[in-house]
Design a protein around this ligand. Sequence first.
Ligand SMILES: [Zn+2]
Ligand SMILES: [Zn+2]
Length: 305
Amino acid sequence: MINTLETLFQPWLTFYQDPWFWQFPAATLLISNVTFLALALPWTWIAWVDPAPLRKYKIQNKPFQLKQYFLPSLGRLAINNVMMAFMLVLSWPVLQHAGIHTGPLPAWYVIIAQLVFFICLDDFLYYWMHRAMHDNKWLLKHIHSVHHRIRNTCGINGNYMHWVEFVATASLMLIGPILIDAHLTVVFAWVIIRQVEAVDGHAGYDIPWNPLHWLPVYEGPVYHDFHHAKFKGNYAGCLPYLDRFMGNTYIGEYLQYLQAKKRGMNPEQAAQHIAKTRSQHTGRRTRDQGDAPGQPIPVTHSKRS
Ligand SMILES: [Zn+2]
Ligand SMILES: [Zn+2]
């Protein structure tokens, strides 16, 4: 009996003796966290200082919820990583047979194609998972609502989420590399890209010289910021086509924001423009349809007093 149990649990008991465990899942988790903190902490410091020259680039004209959520964000990050490490150990008997390898590196153009594939696949899967977490009342109440406690995010809030959501999001990230038996170095590069996206999406600033704006089709931090502010819509991570064309879940005011920026407005002016348009529209509706006065409307960008 004891021998049978030993045989059964052998893969779990000996994971720490396998160098591949430390080179692949453990190293991936470490690189993911180092990248996240290296990018999130400077953005969080900027949000903390709130320098006057950058205020016109704040996406939402209201204070960041830093005092309330800085330490909880670090606490969640720690808990989520412990849970993730535990899940990696649990899944090790399966994971160790994945085709991720350290053989010869593929040509540079193959690496680029693989990374583009990972971004597209991850965004597609994330869109449906994220949407399901909003559509399913149980998931929303018990899991995803944690991430939505923060309506005006800054960098460190990027991984403030329930551990189940953290593990699910991290697992989605590994599907692409496992599907195509990627090289370990390419997996590391992909993990870094994914953390750049996680921090940038929660940075809270839409700064014109942000080099990520040079990337084609990448929507930048405003896209996900509107999701936190409005709560519904803009479910994709960074590629807008799913919200626009597959689910009709695109936030209309986000489109107005983009149009305002095209007309040369900075984020502060764009926010004021949207607020003005909304109040005109609401006033017209109230006159035309007899809406009850004082009916609450979602307010994203309040004018700074
Ligand atoms: Zn959400
Ligand atoms: Zn978020």
